[in-house]
Design a protein around this ligand. Structure first.
Ligand code: UDP
Ligand code: MG
Length: 310
């Protein structure tokens, strides 16, 4: 008989060896209080430390903890996608492995699910232990994203959320290469709701989202959900073209007069035009690069091993 699973937890793991034992013990306590069977899908996203060995040992001890080992690091968003692809529960809960998303909040998510909501986002009311720089940039970014996209993306929600099976099935059909899960989970629609919570400091280890990865995620979010940059490139391009046309006319006019031009003027104009062209090309290049990635249709991740039961 197939397993009847009510709750699937999807937890991506990348070099989290120091925090895993605490995660297991907090999850075990949480599972005891749940009103249905549960599975925990732990995705080892190509960790270089002992994470995989620790996950495997936990799987041996308790087969509710299932381990998906990637062949290399494919990134957080793809790790979460793999977990969702392989999940069997009627409700799927995505969480960080570092206990920043307290497992206890899951009960609030479940209450909302039972009252009929399909996607419940856990929204960060406050964030302990994160730098003012991260808080400020995250806030500014979400405000900006709200302005340039048609999809209503919930502000201050990370990836901690519960999704009903029908939402997960719809989500799994979206196979875009550059994934911004917080956006996609709003884009799919259904009945959406939020639960407020206090985001904790990392239990152990360091953030796996340094500035470079944060910028990459932000670029992904913008280019996946908006063509506003392309429209901007068009407008600026048109403006500069008009300006150079007017300049050309003025130069023709000036050549018939005795007025002397300031030396260096022409080279500055040429340089400005060149710079503008390069910037606009770069912007368009980002979108072309995404088309290139998508047309290759490579899988989003490669699973080396899936430890389901004992
Ligand atoms: N993670 C992952 N692959 C990566 C980077 C991160 O699976 O390439 C995992 C990480 O182990 C954690 C979650 O994704 O469980 C979120 O990462 P992190 O907590 O470092 O991000 P932050 O909460 O600081 O934004
Ligand atoms: Mg975290």
């Amino acid at each position: 008989m197939a397993e009847d699973i009510t709750y699937s937890f999807v937890i991506p793991v990348y070099n989290e060896e120091t925090g895993l034992p605490e995660l297991f013990s907090r999850m075990e306590t949480t599972l005891e209080k749940l009103d249905g069977n549960a599975e925990i899908l732990l995705i080892d996203d190509g960790s270089k430390d002992k994470s995989y060995e620790i996950l495997s040992a936990q799987n041996k001890k308790d087969s509710r903890f299932k381990v998906i080992k990637f062949s290399r690091n494919f990134g957080h968003q793809n790790a979460v996608t793999a977990g969702m692809d392989l999940s069997k529960g009627k409700a799927v809960i995505i969480m960080d492995a570092d206990l920043q998303d307290p497992p206890e909040v899951v009960f609030d998510l479940i209450t909302q699910w039972k009252s009929g909501f399909d996607v419940i986002h856990a929204v960060r009311q406050s964030r302990v232990g994160e730098s003012w720089f991260k808080l400020f940039t995250a806030n500014a970014f979400y405000r900006f994203l709200e302005k340039i996209t048609e999809t209503k993306i919930v502000r201050n929600a990370g990836d901690f959320r519960l999704m009903d099976r029908k939402v997960v099935d719809a989500f799994c059909r979206l196979r875009e290469q550059h994934r911004f899960i917080r956006g996609l989970s709003c884009w799919v629609g259904f009945k959406q709701s939020c639960v407020l919570y206090e985001r904790q400091a990392r239990y152990a280890g360091e953030t796996k989202y340094p500035l470079k990865k944060m910028v990459k995620l932000a670029v992904n979010a913008i280019t996946s959900f908006s063509d506003w940059p392309l429209q901007l490139a068009f407008k600026i391009g048109m403006f500069v073209s008009c300006l150079s046309f007017i300049t050309a006319l003025s130069l023709i006019f000036l050549s018939f007069t005795d007025i002397m031009l300031v030396p260096g003027w022409a080279s500055i104009m040429v340089f400005m035009g060149f710079l503008n062209g390069m910037m606009m090309m770069g912007l368009i290049g980002i979108y072309v690069g995404r088309i290139f990635e998508q047309t290759k249709s490579r899988p989003l991740y490669i699973v080396e091993e899936f430890k389901e039961g004992n």
